[in-house]
Design a protein around this ligand. Structure first.
Ligand code: TRP
Length: 435
């Protein structure tokens, strides 16, 4: 069996903070040390342009994020570490995928829907302030993943839908062009990572403006830690660890023994000032060596550039031949080359197909789409993928009878659509019989 390939992108918008470190960088770097897996980590700078149109900030953030990952221990010899915009094959694939992706699929993307809902609530035009970049974002993300045929994509919960969409694009393309060009990727959501509270006790997040930058200078780190919200209990009064941001941040860095010791000190009434000093020392102990490397890299961006160029060269050794193959598959060919395989592909292209997918509600759905992409049937949600699969199986084998029985599991459809769906099922059965 070939090794599992992990791929994940980090959008360079903003400066990484302690929450990003504990929740993402540290676990991802630890996982990347395994020799059993292949890792692709990249700076998603094309994605950054969707949110940020300040060129200096895009560049600054790219430097900071690249330096942070390297300083935190990412080994570019072992991990393929690159910048998205150094791989021109990605936007090219993005276009191929754009042409096999239903616009309706993108209408359902959470980020786009959230923007639309906001407009509706505000009584403005549906697409007010929505760029085509925001709308197309899932396709670019699909290209990021499919260009390297990643098996697993470690992401936050909010990104799972995008991975499902990438699967959809991959299977549409494979089907349409008659070969398994793309691996169907899977999201990997890590639920056990630490989420750190910020200075005010809410989740540490750029949008709450309550962060502690990962590589803040020592004095700055001390000052920020001193500003963490505590209650008014005096020294000597017992303190509670529940709901204490200070304690939770400490826990994100300390060993179990250290955490247990601080818990006892809370019970014994440690002064907040002393607890803050402990927290500062604990974090600084872990970060000081990294901070030195970080500061060096930020001061020598040429070194970062060299590392990223080497990563891009490594990545393109895969991407360039792959896109060459895809260009030929879609018909962008040297004209002197004989046209091949057109017949088999045409036959396959003409067939309707079932697609299975999972929605953000956690349920499993399927739909039947015509060769031209028209929606013929749409299921309601099933609790298990197996149930959805069984319903598809029945529709494939029994046609009209199954369609009648499964009414309650399908979205209502008009008579005319029913006739189209029946014809499609019939067509599928005939194709299956011909083998
Ligand atoms: N959209 C991701 C985020 O905002 C970043 C990203 C871009 C990504 N391309 C990707 C993640 C591909 C995983 C795979 O967090």
């Amino acid at each position: 069996m070939s090794t599992t390939r992990f791929l994940t992108g980090i959008t360079p918008s903003g400066t990484p903070h302690l929450g990003n470190y504990a929740g993402m960088l540290r676990p991802a770097i630890a996982a990347s040390r395994s020799r059993e897996v292949e890792n692709f980590y990249f700076l998603a700078d094309y994605h950054a342009l969707i949110k940020c149109q300040d060129p200096a900030r895009v560049q600054r953030s790219t430097i900071e994020i690249a330096a942070s990952w390297l300083a935190a221990g990412l080994d570019p010899e072992h991990v393929t570490f690159y910048r998205q915009s150094d791989i021109p094959e990605i936007p090219e694939l993005c276009w191929f995928l754009t042409c096999v992706t239903g616009k309706g699929l993108l209408n359902r993307a959470h980020a786009y829907k959230a923007a639309v809902d906001k407009n509706h609530a505000a009584g403005t035009e549906t697409d007010d302030g929505v760029t085509a970049g925001l709308f197309m974002y899932p396709v670019l993300m699909g290209a990021d993943i499919l260009i390297f045929n990643a098996h697993k994509v470690p992401v936050g919960r909010d990104q799972v839908q995008h991975i499902e969409m990438a699967r959809d694009m991959a299977s549409s393309f494979n089907h349409l062009y008659g070969s398994e060009f793309f691996t169907l990727p899977e999201a990997q959501v890590e639920d056990n990572v630490a989420t750190l509270p910020g200075l005010d006790g809410r989740k540490m997040s750029k949008s709450y403006n309550n962060t502690i930058p990962l590589f803040a200078a020592r004095d700055q780190l001390r000052k920020l830690i001193n500003s963490i919200t505590t209650d008014s209990r005096a020294p000597g009064e017992p303190k509670e660890v529940e709901g204490s941001a200070l304690f939770q941040i400490y826990q994100g860095f300390a060993s179990e023994e250290e955490t247990g010791a601080l818990r006892r000190q809370y019970e014994q009434g440690i002064a907040w000032g002393d607890a803050k000093q402990l927290l500062f020392e604990r974090i600084d102990r872990e970060l000081a060596p990294m901070r030195e490397r970080y500061e060096h890299l930020v001061a020598h961006p040429g070194e970062l550039e060299d590392i990223l160029q080497a990563g891009a060269a490594k990545a393109r050794r895969l991407a360039t031949p792959f896109v060459r193959e895809l260009r030929s598959a879609v018909g962008l060919r040297n004209l002197a080359q004989a046209a091949g395989g057109a017949k088999a592909k045409a036959a396959r292209q003409a067939l309707p197909q079932f697609k299975q997918y999972r929605e953000a509600d956690g349920k499993f759905y399927f739909k039947l789409v015509a060769a031209d992409g028209a929606l013929l049937l749409q299921s309601l949600g099933f609790d298990a993928p197996k149930e959805a699969g069984q319903a598809i199986g029945r529709l494939q084998r029994e046609g009209a009878e199954a369609l009648a029985d499964l009414q309650a599991r399908l979205q209502p459809f008009a008579g005319e659509q029913q006739a189209l769906a029946l014809a499609a099922l019939q067509q599928l059965r005939e194709a299956a019989e011909q083998g």
